[in-house]
Design a binder for this molecule. Structure first.
Ligand code: NAP
Length: 250
């Protein structure tokens, strides 16, 4: 997206900015004219990205309350918060559920969004035109075998986001959920613990979304006029109809 009106002097924080959708969102928001803050655990990657776009980088672990308090202290002014930190771990059926993975998925995807939102709400409100964007998922409204830990977490993210919109009614803060289908990022590599063969298979025979496709959508949502709130935007590859139904060539 080219430079948009009303972005100058405004700050956008992106969590999970060291990779995938978060990194692409930082680039799209910087192009649109925002001052960007890229945050994730892998600080070096965030620093490289910040150098590329002329923004800033911060270390952030959304599962660590102290780390989120440090983020709050470092960001007295923030106008846009994009929650991209998250992901899936494993694809085991409930009968073989690994509870450590479930806990981590809930800690990162759900509590992480709650914790960062709670910490930055006062600053978002003070700025007079705040915007919270949550990267949800098709898994927030659909289910599939083996996906229960992740789909339950993303359903919770969907509920949290809709609740937030009710609780912030009357305040100058917009709330948007962007819910993608298949996006080729490090998502599947993380899900399958670095197994490249399994990760590649997820996208085999179809053209998945790119992280940039989603980053552009976030930039579009946050550059609408202040009275326009994109509540929920689902985006999937053309070759995907539901979380389970995909068309593969060959
Ligand atoms: P990705 O490339 O694996 O990126 C995930 C990001 O989350 C990384 O930057 C990672 O950074 C960060 N992260 C993970 N745990 C964190 C923690 N505890 N604290 C701070 N940051 C943390 O995957 P992605 O596809 O871009 O995923 C971004 C979001 O989109 C996730 O919420 C995911 O659930 C959602 N999503 C993805 C897809 C898809 O098909 N790819 C579809 C729908 C929704 P560090 O490891 O450096 O901390």
């Amino acid at each position: 997206m080219d430079r948009a009106e009303g972005t100058e002097g405004r700050t956008a924080l992106v969590t999970g900015a060291s990779s995938g959708i978060g990194a692409a969102t930082v680039r799209a928001l910087a192009n649109a004219g925002f001052r960007t803050v890229a945050a994730a655990r892998r600080l070096e990657r965030c620093r490289e990205l910040a150098k590329e776009v002329g923004g800033e980088a911060l270390a952030l672990d959304v599962t660590d309350p102290d780390s989120v308090q440090e983020l709050k202290a470092a960001l007295p002014d923030v106008d846009v918060v994009v929650h991209s930190a998250g992901g899936a771990l494993g694809l085991e059926p409930i009968a073989e559920a690994d509870e450590a993975k479930w806990l981590e998925m809930f800690e990162t995807n759900v509590i992480g969004v709650e914790r960062v939102t709670k910490a930055l709400l006062p600053a978002l409100e003070r700025g007079g035109g705040g915007h919270i964007v949550v990267i949800g998922s098709v898994a927030g409204v659909e289910v599939y075998p083996g996906g229960a830990g992740y789909t339950a977490a993303k359903h919770a993210v969907n509920a949290l986001t809709r609740t937030l919109r009710l609780e912030l009614l009357g305040k100058p803060i917009r709330v948007t959920e962007v819910a993608p289908g298949l996006v080729e990022t490090e998502f599947s590599l993380v899900r399958f613990e670095g197994d490249e063969e399994k990760a590649t298979k997820v996208y085999e025979g179809l053209k998945p979304l790119t992280a940039e496709d989603v980053g552009e959508i976030v930039a579009f949502a946050v550059t609408r006029p202040p009275h326009v709130n994109i509540d929920y935007l689902a985006v999937k590859p053309t070759a995907q109809a539901t979380a389970r139904d995909v068309h593969r060539e060959g």
